[in-house]
Design a protein around this ligand. Sequence first.
Ligand code: GCB
Length: 648
Amino acid sequence: MATRGGFGWLCVWYLCALLDVASLQGSGGMLYPRETSSREVKELTGVWSFRADMSANRNEGFDGAWYKSPLATTGPVLEMPVPASYNDITQDSMLRDFIGWVWYEREVQVPSRWVKDEGTRVVLRVGSAHYYSVVWVNGIQVAEHEGGHLPFEADIGGVIREDPTVPCRITIAVNNTLTLTSLPPGTITHMNDRTKYPGGYFVQNIFFDFFNYAGIHRPVLLYTTPKVYVDDITVFTDFADSTGLVKYKVSVKGASSANLKVTLMDKDGHCVATSSGPSGVLKVADVMLWWPYLMHDNPGYLYSMEVQLSASDGQSTFEDVYALPVGIRTVNVTRTQFLINNKPFYFHGVNKHEDSDIRGKGLDWPLIVKDFNLIKWLGANSFRTSHYPYAEEIMQMCDRHGIVVIDECPGVGIKDIRSFGNASLAHHLSVMDELVGRDKNHPSVVMWSVANEPAAEMPPADYYFSTLIKHTKMLDPSRPVTFITDSNYARDKGAPYVDVICVNSYFSWYHDPGHMEVIPIQLKTQFENWFGKYKKPIIQSEYGADAVPGLHSDPPMMFTEEYQKNVLQSYHSVFDEKRKQYVIGELIWNFADFMTAQGITRVVGNKKGIFTRQRQPKSAAFILRERYWRLANATGKLPPWTRYPCSL
Ligand code: GCB
């Protein structure tokens, strides 16, 4: 991790160097679709037609070309909400546990001015679909994408203009099968013993601990841009004394040259800096830095960077406008500290899942806003996107509220040696390209996590992780990189390459169950081993215990609220000792109970939440709340009105 140099040209040089390296990545941008004076957005949220392909080989949809005609003409359809996982919407257990292709379809009335104006690009964007998707418009394939959790899009202007009289029919086939090379990986086992299983019986094996929800999880949209348009923006920020620096690079598509005007506005809409051209540095006097929640009395300060493009193709003139929220802050790591704006930052936060009743992993605004309210109530300043990238809308909330994010890719459950091969690595690298491409401009994102608890003791892991981590640093030299390891100290391959060591451990739960008295000694040993060997700061990236809400016992027994509470408190006393040395954070597992596959260790899901799945607090939530506000008061700079126990 590079450290920030002095002000002036050194700073500018450093930012330029960052930008040149970062601009090496992927060809196309994935700017979040925003309405501006030159762009319109049409959400396709609502009820779509749906059918799961229950045929033995799951291929009837392709054999019968279900995309060629309205889905209802090829068989019965269900009504299915988008966005949502399909698994918990019906009463059919076959659909809940379905593996294979499902088909979604809806018709859209595209505004005629979009169709008539040949100078308008009409783009279809899928926020995420889980995992492999093929998209057709009016029977013509327009996109194919591998991987859930990340957006993909296609310019469909040509297709809809072929026959403007027909409504635009969008068909999306989504396959949730996990393979040795997908992320997360999985395997399929065919059960061929006819004395035990019916013909054609197969199961999906997964190596991670959350329900394999599937479907179209995030909004599907149509949006427009002019034919010549702002395709991507990359910003790196720095500051010295009271001057902020925003080094930017804008990439344009549709023309070889364009005039660009860049204006940075403050929150009140006042222009604070301007520039022109595809790259440059905006200098902001009396800068308002982006600060984390509870570290400053004005957290999450965002400027708006407005990029105005004008270009001509000889016949017409095109004008495009895009407004990107920009937070000015720095991130650095030393041997023992994590610095935001050169001040020590201690992560007191949570691990989450995108998970809720009925919706599964579908984006749901009431849930998102409730979760942010709970995070703030708790006094948490951060979370980790365990175990996959979260919705862009959530990242935007983090920017606005100053919630710091460790941004994790879906590299979870890499346990089979065959998932360390070249094809797996190539896919993992391209997922990192997509993730960094999508999230690089979020000030809330302070670190990339490339994997969770891989079987890093396996021989190919060293090459795999050194390549992956180097690649991620090449994509974004401005942020530290980590992978999440577990308490098995043998799994330290990769640790030499990371900037921060993140360790998950479940003492007195998966090891020595019921023996909370071993926590202090085992936790101290864990920290001393890792720091002793690598001399890098450490985050306790997971710890916790299951608690069935309403179950009590004293003395505490496993699965009761008292046991969960006491486990947390035993960890906390060691954190308090080590955070004065090199422990830079603690993230509880988990924010809320969440659904898992059925199994003998899970009673309708994982119960390590400090909130229930319905977001009601268990006893542990109050313990954590007291602690987090105490930590915030000790490590942050809080104005009196935010001091615990005020109500928010
Ligand atoms: C872990 C995993 C997480 C699990 C958790 C548990 O180490 O990273 O995905 O849910 O433990 O509760 O077992």
